[in-house]
Design a protein around this ligand. Structure first.
Ligand code: DHE
Length: 654
C-alpha cells in the first residue's frame, strides 16, 4: 500500500516534470568541434566553475571570461597557475576572492591550454553553447535514479537535495538557509555538464563515479537527468512500524552464559564489506575470518557496546544488527530498522547503564530512535525535524542526525544535528521520554571523536567537525557547553574520529584531515597543562593531496596514519601517509593501485589495518616499521571500508 503510494507520488512528480519539459526547446546553436571541450570536461573544471550559473565559492563563472581577460593571460593561467600566483596581481586577487581555493595545475601543454581557451571563447560567443534538450525519465528510470541517488549521493547532497557536504542539487537555484549561499540550479547546468561532473568527479571531493567504473555511461546519463527533476517525498517511519520490523533471533536467556572466545573477542575486528551488505568478523591475532554476517545494504559503521561483547552495525538503509561475539562463531542475535537512511549508532556507556540501551541517528526521516541494547526492541522515537538553524532561527527543509557518542560519566548521548548546527545531550535515564539539553554549535555537523589525554581515562571533550563552516567545535560534556566560536581549520574538515597524540612542542593534540584541502589540522587539547595551545589550531601539516577522510593513531604509537581516497590526483587515492609524531616527517606508501580507505589499530597498538576498498583487500601493516605484514585477499573481501577493533572502539582509543 505504502509502496503504491510512493510510486503514485513519484509518478505525479514525474508527470509535473514532463509537462514542464514539453515547453523546453533546445537552443539551435552549432556544436564545438575542437579538442578543448573534451579536455575541459576531463579535467573536471566544472567542479569549481559554472557557465552562466554564477560564481561558485571555488571559482568564477566562465561565461564571458574571454571578454574579461586576454586569451594569452588565460592560456598562461590555465597552463601553470602556481607560477602566475607568484607574480601576477590579477591571479593573486582571484585566489583571495575565491576563498584561497587554488586553481590546480592540470599538467597541460601550451597547445592544450590554448585549446581550452578556444573552447571558453566559443562558449562566450555562443552564450553557453548548445545544450542537449532535457529528456525526462520514464517511471522505471526514475525509480532506478532514486536508488542510485540514495546509495551514492544523498549522504553528501541530502535526501531532499538541499545540499550539505556537497552542493545543493535542486532543479532551480535558491538560497540554502543554513549556508546562506546560492545552490541548486541543475536545470540551468544541463545534462552534458552534469554528466561531465558525474564522470570525472571534482577537486572539491566528489568521487569520479564514471572514471572509477562505479556508474556506467547509461547510469551517468540517467543521474544527470534525475537531478534535474523534483526530488521524491520521504515517507514516515514510526514506533509501530519499527516494532513490526524488529526481529529477535536469540533471546538473551538463550545466549552463551560465559565467553566462548576466552577473551579473544577483545582483539576481534569487524570489517564492513560495503557493497556486499555484509560484515566480516576477524581475529586480530590470527587474522583469520571467523564469521560473515548478513547485515543489509551498505553498512556504514560498527560500534561496540560498553563491555565489547556486542557489535552494533548500522546500514545506509537504516538497518541495525546486533552481533554477539561471545559465541565461538560470532552470531547475529537481533535486527531491526528505525530509519530509511542512517549513519550513526552507539550504546549506553554510563555506570549502571552499560550495554543497556542503544541509539540510532537517522538521516531520514529526521529522528533518533532508542532501543534495548541487548535485544534491539524499539523503545522510543524522537522527531528532530523542527530544529531550526542554530544561528538564524530559520526553518530548515532537512535536519539529519550525524555523529553520536556516549558519555561514560553521565547517562546521555551527544548527538549532532547536521544542517541545524545543534548538539543535543540526550539523557536516557527514562528512555521512553528522553530529555534533551540543546547546545548551539555550527553547521554542518558531521563526524568527530573524544579527546583522550595521556594518563587519564576521562572523556570530557568531544570534537566535532562543522564542515560547512570549515570549523571544529569543542563540546565540553562536563560543563554542558560548546565553546564559541568553533575553531577555524582548513577546507571541509573530515576527522572520522580524529586522532589523539602528544606533539613534542604543543603537548596533547587532536588531528583532523580535510576533504577540501591538502592538510591535517592539529588542535591543542590540554587546557590544564598547555593552556597557551588549548582550543587553537596549532599547526596545519601539509600533505600530498586533498580528499583525505580519516586519520588514526594509538597511545603506544609514534605514528599518525592518513588516507586520501577522494584525491583527484592520479594514483594518490591508493596511497597511505604516515606522519612521524616525533620528527614531523611524512612517508608515503603505495598500498593499492586503486582507492584505499580507513585505518584501525589492533588492540596492542602494534599493527594497522587498512581497506583496499576497490581492489578488495585488507592490508595489515606493522606500525613501527610500516612494512606490510599481510594482505588478505579472498573472494569474500568485497569493497571493505570501515574496520573496528573491539578494544579500541569500546574504549574510544584513536
Ligand atoms: Fe561516513 C563515520 C556520514 C561517506 C565511511 N560517516 C561517519 C559518521 C557520519 C558519516 C555522520 C559519524 C558516525 C558516528 O561517529 O556516529 N559518511 C557520512 C556521509 O554523510 C557521507 C559523507 C556520504 C554518504 O553517502 O554516506 C559518508 N563514509 C562515507 C564513505 O564514502 C565511506 C568512506 C565508506 C562508506 O561507508 O560509504 C564512509 N564513515 C565511514 C567510516 C566511519 C564513518 C568508516 C567511521 C570512522 C571511525 O573510525 O569511526
Amino acid at each position: 500500500m505504502k509502496n503504491n503510494l510512493i510510486k503514485l507520488l513519484s509518478l505525479s512528480l514525474f508527470s509535473a516534470g514532463l509537462l514542464l519539459n514539453c515547453k523546453e526547446k533546445a537552443p539551435a546553436v552549432a556544436q564545438f568541434t575542437g579538442p578543448g571541450k573534451a579536455l575541459f570536461e576531463e579535467k573536471g573544471c566544472l567542479g569549481c566553475h559554472g557557465f552562466g550559473s554564477g560564481d561558485k565559492p571555488t571559482g568564477p563563472d566562465l561565461l564571458g571570461v574571454t571578454q574579461r581577460r586576454s586569451k594569452e593571460w588565460l592560456a598562461k593561467w590555465i597552463k601553470d597557475p602556481a607560477a602566475m600566483l607568484k607574480t601576477d596581481k590579477d591571479a593573486q586577487a582571484l585566489l583571495k576572492k575565491f576563498n584561497n581555493v587554488p586553481m590546480p595545475g592540470l599538467g597541460l601543454t601550451d597547445a592544450q591550454s590554448n585549446d581550452i581557451v578556444a573552447y571558453l571563447a566559443w562558449m562566450t560567443e555562443t552564450g553557453g553553447g548548445a545544450k542537449a534538450p532535457f529528456v525526462p525519465l520514464s517511471q522505471a528510470e526514475f525509480d532506478k535514479g532514486k536508488d542510485i541517488f540514495f546509495n551514492r549521493c544523498s549522504g553528501c547532497h541530502g535526501a531532499q537535495r538541499w545540499g550539505a557536504t556537497g552542493p545543493s542539487l535542486l532543479p532551480e537555484s535558491h538560497i540554502v538557509a543554513a549556508k546562506e549561499v546560492k545552490g541548486g540550479g541543475t536545470r540551468s547546468k544541463g545534462t552534458e555538464a552534469l554528466e561531465a561532473i558525474l564522470y570525472n568527479g571534482t577537486p572539491a571531493g566528489m568521487p569520479p563515479w564514471g572514471k572509477e567504473g562505479i556508474l556506467s555511461k547509461e547510469e551517468i546519463n540517467l543521474m544527470a537527468r534525475f537531478v534535474q527533476m523534483t526530488p521524491p517525498t520521504i515517507p514516515t517511519l514510526d514506533l509501530n512500524e519499527m516494532k513490526n520490523r524488529w526481529k529477535l533471533h536469540v533471546p538473551v536467556a538463550d545466549r552463551p552464559k560465559t565467553d566462548e572466545s576466552n577473551g579473544k573477542f577483545k582483539n576481534y575486528f569487524g570489517v564492513v564489506l560495503r557493497d556486499a551488505g555484509k560484515v566480516a568478523i576477524l581475529d586480530g591475532d590470527t587474522k583469520e575470518k571467523l564469521a560473515i554476517i548478513e547485515t543489509g545494504f551498505a553498512v556504514h559503521i560498527l560500534r561496540s557496546s560498553h563491555s565489547g561483547r556486542y557489535f552494533y552495525s548500522i546500514g545506509r538503509d537504516g538497518k541495525v544488527t546486533l552481533i554477539d561475539l561471545w559465541y565461538k562463531t560470532p552470531k547475529m542475535v537481533a535486527e531491526g530498522r528505525t530509519c530509511w537512511d542512517a549513519r550513526s549508532i552507539d550504546g549506553s556507556k554510563a555506570h549502571g547503564f552499560e550495554d543497556k540501551y542503544a541509539i540510532i541517528g537517522c538521516y531520514t526521516p529526521s529522528q533518533y530512535a532508542i532501543m534495548d541494547g541487548q535485544t534491539l526492541e524499539p523503545i522510543s522515537v524522537t522527531d528532530v525535524s523542527n530544529a531550526k538553524d542554530f544561528a538564524t532561527g530559520n526553518k530548515l527543509p532537512e535536519v539529519r542526525v550525524a555523529s553520536i557518542v556516549a558519555s561514560e560519566k553521565e547517562p546521555f548521548w551527544v548527538i549532532n544535528l547536521k544542517e541545524a548546527g545543534w548538539v543535543y545531550l540526550v539523557d536516557y535515564t527514562d528512555p521512553k521520554k528522553p530529555k534533551e539539553t540543546k547546545l548551539k554549535a555550527d553547521n554542518f555537523l558531521h563526524d568527530g571523536g573524544w579527546v583522550r589525554l595521556p594518563g587519564s581515562d576521562e572523556l570530557r571533550y568531544f570534537l566535532v567537525a562543522a564542515n560547512g563552516k570549515n570549523r571544529v567545535c569543542v563540546v565540553d560534556v562536563k560543563l554542558k557547553t560548546v565553546q564559541q566560536p568553533c575553531i577555524l581549520t582548513d577546507k571541509v574538515p573530515h576527522p572520522g574520529r580524529g586522532a589523539n597524540f602528544v606533539h613534542p612542542k604543543y603537548g596533547p593534540v587532536w588531528a583532523t584531515p580535510h576533504i577540501g584541502a591538502a592538510s591535517i589540522s592539529l588542535i591543542g587539547v590540554d587546557p590544564a597543562k598547555h593552556p597557551q595551545y588549548a582550543w587553537k589550531e596549532v599547526e596545519r601539516v601539509k600533505i600530498k593531496s586533498a580528499g583525505s577522510l580519516f586519520v588514526k593513531s594509538h597511545p603506544k604509537s609514534n605514528n599518525l596514519w592518513f588516507d586520501m581516497p577522494l584525491s583527484s590526483q592520479a594514483g594518490v587515492n591508493g596511497e597511505l601517509g604516515v606522519y612521524n609524531i616525533k620528527t614531523g616527517q611524512i612517508k608515503y606508501i603505495t598500498a593499492s593501485p586503486k582507492r584505499i580507505t580507513h585505518m584501525e589499530y589492533n588492540a596492542q597498538g602494534t599493527e594497522v589495518w587498512v581497506s583496499g576498498w576497490l581492489e578488495g583487500t585488507i592490508l595489515v601493516y606493522d606500525d613501527a616499521s610500516t612494512n606490510l605484514v599481510k594482505s588478505i585477499k579472498e573472494s569474500w573481501v568485497q569493497t571493505p571500508t570501515g574496520k573496528f577493533n573491539v578494544t579500541n572502539t569500546s574504549k574510544d582509543i584513536y
